[in-house]
Design a protein around this ligand. Sequence first.
Ligand SMILES: NC(=O)c1ccc[n+]([C@@H]2O[C@H](COP(=O)([O-])OP(=O)(O)OC[C@H]3O[C@@H](n4cnc5c(N)ncnc54)[C@H](OP(=O)(O)O)[C@@H]3O)[C@@H](O)[C@H]2O)c1
Length: 247
Amino acid sequence: MKKLAGKIAVVTGGSRGIGAAIATGLGREGATVVINYNHSEAEAQAIVKEVEDMGSSAIALQADISDAEATKIFIEKVLEQFGRIDVLVNNAGITRDKTFKKMSFEEWHKVIDTNLSSVFNTCKIALPSMLEQKYGRIINISSVIGQAGGFGQTNYAAAKAGLIGFSKSLALETARGGVTVNCICPGYIATEMVNAMPENVREAIIAQVPMKKLGAPEEIAKGVIFICESEYMTGQSLNLNGGLYLM
Ligand SMILES: NC(=O)c1ccc[n+]([C@@H]2O[C@H](COP(=O)([O-])OP(=O)(O)OC[C@H]3O[C@@H](n4cnc5c(N)ncnc54)[C@H](OP(=O)(O)O)[C@@H]3O)[C@@H](O)[C@H]2O)c1
């Protein structure tokens, strides 16, 4: 019996990088996976195919999760089609790095809306059905940057730290309702987000990591499966960072 057989899982930003690895990881464990994307339709469809090849069901749905109305339509569509959501992985995120002095209002709001307000948007619509069935796993992909801060990342660090506070608070509100709310705080993971950095910056980052390597996206997927299985873990952050930041 697969660990997540019969479960309905939604992954925001499941078209690429960490989200794609989470979607295939959930599919491998038997979950039906809803893969949200914004722009990368072909990539999202390729992940659907990968999950189907594993013998699980998947669909791809477009929605800009920074847009509250579009997110409402997206989550309601999932609830209409599948009747419920058991696992919600809030993974979608972007960076718009600039030192504070140079950061525009637009760069601030874009990152806060995409990385933080999006999680309010999805949870607002998905949570009532989880509480009704007395079961849910909400997993928010934060970052080591939300814990340690990051040069040129006031917008990103604020959003990712915000997710940690959000998760602790919602965990308290849902603890008796069968719904757990946790974060994963990845360190530096080998995806386009990190590959987009100048090579010298990337090399300098790797040199700082005690394990001297980037993490694989599949490591984050393993964390998601662990949290899905855990009955007693809520309001926590799972730090998957190669020893970069020790709490
Ligand atoms: N990579 C790292 O080292 C690292 C470290 C710590 C935390 N994280 C976090 O992990 C998450 C995934 O990062 P990644 O490295 O996999 O990034 P990535 O490769 O750049 O992929 C980002 C994903 O988010 C989606 N997305 C972005 N804006 C969206 C929106 N408005 N609506 C819906 N989907 C949207 C993208 O979809 P489309 O392509 O379809 O637009 C894509 O699937 C992010 O929250 C990131 O902050 C990453």
